[in-house]
Ligand binder design. Structure first.
Ligand SMILES: *[C@@H]1O[C@H](CO)[C@@H](O)[C@H](O)[C@H]1NC(C)=O
Length: 384
């Protein structure tokens, strides 16, 4: 959307977000946004650029198998087709995406093909947001019709295999501008709608006005094998009153649902009502940061968008059991900063701890960070 000056959120912009059941360990919550920067990478040995990870939006750590999962675009089609940023020129040869698995010790990636019907047992389930172009728009290019049929795809993956099984597509009128997913089980999830308006004047107004128009939807899949993408589903509004809610996260060992507004730099600690599944905000954590002006760069492959990653962590001294539901006691630390040359646009980050024996008894971890418009996923060693 050249020429507009709307403030757009960073973590808000999912084209394809992968989520894994059972829930991944998110003891540490991260939000990346930024402007001008002094690099935090002090030592070249503590930095790895991971090959074959272009425009990967989201990153999840699956502890039982010690593997990272990321959803990538692989090509540069995002500069033409990326509904979250208002880019609506579908590429001639179609859009695509893929799920990659990264070994956090060797940093080796494995591309995964999506195929129709592999055998699968003891698999992980992966939910992915799919900004599928509306075929009617692709063929007619008429304005004033909905250009993206954004929806959610559910896959099953056998750890160690090179295939994903597509379980079903999930389309619902309440899922309009899906951004992030919180999987409760293979048949239940929350999804954020990060904006009410997809494009145009109202979208610009939504970006700058103080209206809290975004929401989070709860979805139950009553029929996992339904052929119709709209059948066998129940959906309801779980959370309203937040502006531009986009990121969702798990907290290890607790049923907390973390909801993030990247544009406002606010993290909401939420809990689900056991009966009606609505989310109640228990605590609001403000991060010392703000959304960035991305609008001028969204269609420019060579632009750099600086990145910051903040680590928000319970204070060491606090009682973790009690703290999961208690207020306060948060420490915020800048763990990654870059001018955009190494990592462009930060949309997700994960920390994988390193055995202290390998680090002379020190508590360290690899921070993996990705950006929805970054050439690569990167990893840096940080102190914890
Ligand atoms: C859900 O349940 C909570 C707690 O009982 C209640 O406060 C809230 O109004 C309910 N919401 C809906 C949409 O039913």
């Amino acid at each position: 959307m050249p020429g507009t000056t709307a403030i757009l959120s960073v973590a808000a912009l999912a084209a394809l977000s992968a989520y894994i059941v059972p829930p991944v360990r998110h003891e540490l919550k991260v939000l990346g946004v930024g402007r001008s920067v002094v690099s935090t990478i002090a030592n070249a040995n503590d930095y790895v650029r991971i090959e074959d990870t272009t425009h990967c939006e989201d990153l999840h750590y699956y502890a039982p198998a010690n593997l990272l999962f990321t959803a990538c675009e692989d090509r540069h089609t995002r500069f033409d087709w990326f509904p979250p940023l208002g880019s609506f020129d579908p590429p001639e040869d179609g859009t695509q995406g893929s799920i990659h698995v990264i070994d956090p010790e060797t940093f080796v990636t494995h591309g995964i093909d999506v195929i129709a019907d592999p055998q699968a047992k003891d698999a992980v389930y992966i939910f992915a947001v799919n900004h599928y172009p509306n075929p009617e728009f692709v063929s007619s290019r008429r304005e004033h019709i909905i250009k993206s049929n954004s929806r959610v795809e559910l896959f099953r993956h056998v750890i160690g295999s090179s295939t994903l099984k597509h379980i079903r597509t999930i389309s619902h009128k309440l899922i309009e501008t899906p951004n992030d997913i919180y999987a409760v089980s293979p048949s239940e999830f929350y999804v954020t709608n990060d904006h009410r308006h997809r494009e145009g004047l109202m979208r610009e107004l939504e970006a700058v006005a103080p209206f809290a128009w975004s929401n989070t939807i709860h979805v139950s899949i009553t029929d996992l094998s339904a052929i119709s993408e709209t059948a066998g589903l129940e959906a309801s509004i779980a959370l309203t009153g937040t502006k531009n809610n986009n990121g969702l996260g798990h907290v290890h060992d607790f049923n907390e649902v973390t909801v993030v507004s990247a544009e406002r730099g606010i993290l909401y600690r939420c809990f689900a009502d056991p009966q009606n599944k609505t989310l109640r905000i228990e605590e609001t954590v403000h991060l010392d940061t703000r959304g960035i002006d991305l609008a001028g760069n969204t269609r420019n492959p060579s632009a750099k968008d600086p990145t910051f990653v903040w680590l928000v962590q319970r204070k060491q001294s606090s009682n973790i059991e009690k703290d999961a539901t208690a207020e306060g006691a948060w420490e915020k630390k800048l763990v990654f900063a870059d001018d955009g040359a190494k990592l462009r646009t930060a949309s997700a980050a994960v920390i994988v701890g390193i055995d202290p024996k390998k680090e002379g008894g020190k508590k360290k971890g690899w921070l993996f960070a990705t950006g929805f418009m970054s050439e690569n996923v990167v990893a840096t060693k940080i102190d914890l």
